[in-house]
Design a protein around this ligand. Structure first.
Ligand code: GAP
Length: 444
C-alpha cells in the first residue's frame, strides 16, 4: 500500500487534502491522472447500469436532504459504530475492531492504558442550515446516496413512465464521520458512491437479489479485474444493516487483506414503508397492467464505493517487472496495467528526436488522435525513460515518430503490457487503437 500511495502522489493520482496544513484526516484530492481514472470508472459503471439496461434510469439528487429523511431511514437512530477511547494515549478505536481480550480487560491495544466504556457514535455529519444554530436548523450531510433515490421514486415513475421492475442509478458524494481512516483512500470521511436501487414486487425479491449478484460479479470480470482477488461474503445476522433482509459483499484482496468493495442488499420494503410513515405520502406502486393492484415495492440495492473502486483498480493494476530483454538485472519497471478503457491516458505520442521535423509530425498525429482518445505528448529525455514514465501512468499505447515515419508515413506502436513494438501506417492508427481497446485481454 505504501508503494501505491507514493506512486499515486508522485504521478498526480491522489494527494492528501490540505497537505500544506499537515493534511485533513479522511479527505483526499484527486490530481490530473486521478480525476481521469475516477471519471472513467464512474463512466464504466454508468454505462453498465443505464446504457446497457433499458429498465434503469439515472438521477442526481442533492446532498442536503430534509432532516426527516434520516429519521425515516433509521440513520438517526441506528447508524452508529461502537467506540472506545484510551484515557492515556487518547487513541480512538472501534470496539468491534480491537481484540476481545482488550475490550474485556478495558486495556488499550496500543499503550496498555485504560479504555473508556463502549458508547455508540453516530457516523452522520451534522451541521446547521440558515442563520440560527438551534435544533430546528440541524441538517445532515448524506451518509449514503440511496435515500435521494427513494424520495424521488414516485417522481421518476410519473415523469418517465417506469414500470416495475425498474431501477434508478446515481453517483455522488457521501459523508461519514469514520473513526478509523487508515489505508489511504479505502475508508474516508468524504467519498463517492455508485448506487443502483432496483424496485421489484415483494415475492420476486429473492430472485432479483440473486440476479443482481450475478450481474455485479460479471461486471468486474468484464473490467478485467483479477477474478482470484474477488470473493463473496454473506453478512451474518450480527452484520446485517438495520434495513437488510439479506446482504452479500463483493470483497477484494487489497494489500491489507480481504475487504468490502461493494454490497448487494435486499432492503425489502423497509425504506418506502418508513418514508410513507414519516412523510404521510402514499409510496405505493399502482400496477396499471394488473387491475391497479397497489403495493409497496421491495428494493434490491447494489452499492459500490467509487473512490474505493479507484483504490481497487490501482491495486489491481500495480505491477513491478524485471525488464528481461535488456539483460540488465537492475532494470525494473513499475507498470499500471489498467484496462485501456479505464486508463487516464490512452495513447502517448513521442517524437524520437525534437529536431528534423519529428516533433512537428508527432504534434500533428497527436492532434488527429485527440478527438477520439485521451492523449499525452512527451518529447523530454531518452525514449526508454519516456516509455517507463508512461508505463507508470498506465498508458496502454505509445506511438513513436522517427526518421522512417518521415519517409514512409509509418509509426511505431508500442504496447504497454508486452512492450512489443509494431509499425503501423499513421492513417490506420485510430482504427488499430480502437480494435486493440475492444479486444483487450489482460495477460498478467
Ligand atoms: N446504501 C448502502 C450503503 O451505503 P454501505 O455498505 O455502508 O452501504 C456501500 O456502503 C459501499 O460504499 C461500500 O461497499 C464501500 O465501497 C463504500 N463506502 C462505505 N463507506 C465508505 C467510506 N467511509 N469510505 C469509502 N468508501 C465507503
Amino acid at each position: 500500500m505504501e508503494k501505491i500511495t507514493s506512486l499515486a502522489k508522485r504521478r498526480g493520482f491522489v494527494f492528501q487534502s490540505s497537505e500544506i496544513y499537515g493534511g485533513q484526516n479522511g479527505a483526499w484530492d484527486y490530481g490530473p491522472l486521478g480525476i481521469e481514472l475516477k471519471n472513467r470508472i464512474a463512466g464504466a459503471w454508468w454505462k453498465e447500469m443505464t446504457q446497457l439496461h433499458d429498465d434503469i434510469v439515472g438521477l442526481d439528487a442533492a446532498i442536503l436532504m430534509h432532516p426527516r429523511t434520516w429519521e425515516a431511514s433509521g440513520h438517526v437512530e441506528n447508524f452508529t459504530d461502537p467506540l472506545v477511547d484510551c484515557k492515556k494515549c487518547k487513541s480512538r478505536f472501534r470496539a468491534d475492531q480491537i481484540p476481545e481480550e482488550n475490550l474485556l480487560a478495558k486495556e488499550c491495544p496500543e499503550c496498555g492504558g485504560e479504555l473508556t466504556d463502549t458508547r455508540k457514535f453516530n457516523l452522520m455529519f451534522k451541521t446547521h442550515i440558515g442563520p440560527a444554530e438551534d435544533t430546528a436548523s440541524i441538517i445532515y450531510l448524506r451518509p449514503e446516496t440511496a435515500q435521494g433515490i427513494y424520495v424521488n421514486y414516485k417522481n421518476i415513475i410519473q415523469s418517465n413512465r417506469m414500470k416495475i421492475p425498474f431501477g434508478i442509478a446515481q453517483i455522488g458524494k457521501a459523508f461519514r464521520n469514520e473513526i478509523v481512516t487508515k489505508n489511504f483512500i479505502f475508508r474516508t470521511c468524504e467519498f463517492e458512491q455508485m448506487e443502483m436501487q432496483y424496485f421489484v414486487k415483494g415475492g420476486t425479491d429473492e430472485e432479483w437479489f440473486n440476479e443482481w449478484r450475478k450481474r455485479r460479479w460479471a461486471y468486474y470480470e468484464k473490467l478485467g479485474v483479477k477474478m482470484d482477488h474477488l470473493r463473496w461474503h454473506q453478512h451474518g445476522p450480527d452484520e446485517l444493516a438495520h434495513y437488510a433482509k439479506d446482504a452479500y459483499d463483493i470483497e477484494y484482496l487489497f494489500p491489507m487483506g480481504w475487504r468490502e468493495l461493494e454490497g448487494v442488499h435486499n432492503r425489502t420494503d423497509y425504506d418506502l414503508r418508513r418514508h410513507t410513515e414519516y412523510s404521510g405520502k402514499d409510496m405505493q406502486y399502482i400496477d396499471q397492467d394488473n387491475s391497479n393492484e397497489r403495493y409497496i415495492p421491495y428494493i434490491i440495492e447494489t452499492s459500490a464505493g467509487l473512490t474505493r473502486n479507484v483504490l481497487m483498480i490501482l491495486c489491481d493494476a500495480y505491477d513491478e517487472e524485471q525488464v528481461a530483454d535488456k539483460g540488465n538485472d537492475d532494470d525494473w519497471r513499475t507498470v499500471l496495467r489498467f484496462h485501456p478503457s479505464l486508463a487516464p491516458v490512452t495513447v502517448a505520442v513521442l517524437p524520437l528526436m525534437k529536431k528534423d521535423g519529428l516533433s512537428e509530425l508527432a504534434q500533428d498525429i497527436r492532434q488527429e488522435l485527440k478527438e477520439d482518445f485521451a492523449t499525452d505528448y512527451d518529447q523530454a529525455g531518452a525514449i526508454g525513460r519516456r516509455y517507463r514514465r508512461q508505463d507508470e501512468a498506465g498508458t496502454p499505447f505509445c506511438v513513436t515518430v522517427d526518421y522512417q515515419s518521415k519517409e514512409d508515413g509509418t509509426v511505431t506502436l508500442r504496447f504497454r503490457d508486452s512492450m512489443e513494438q509494431i509499425r503501423v501506417p499513421k492513417e490506420e492508427l485510430a482504427l488499430r487503437l480502437r480494435q486493440e481497446i475492444k479486444g483487450y485481454k489482460r495477460v498478467k
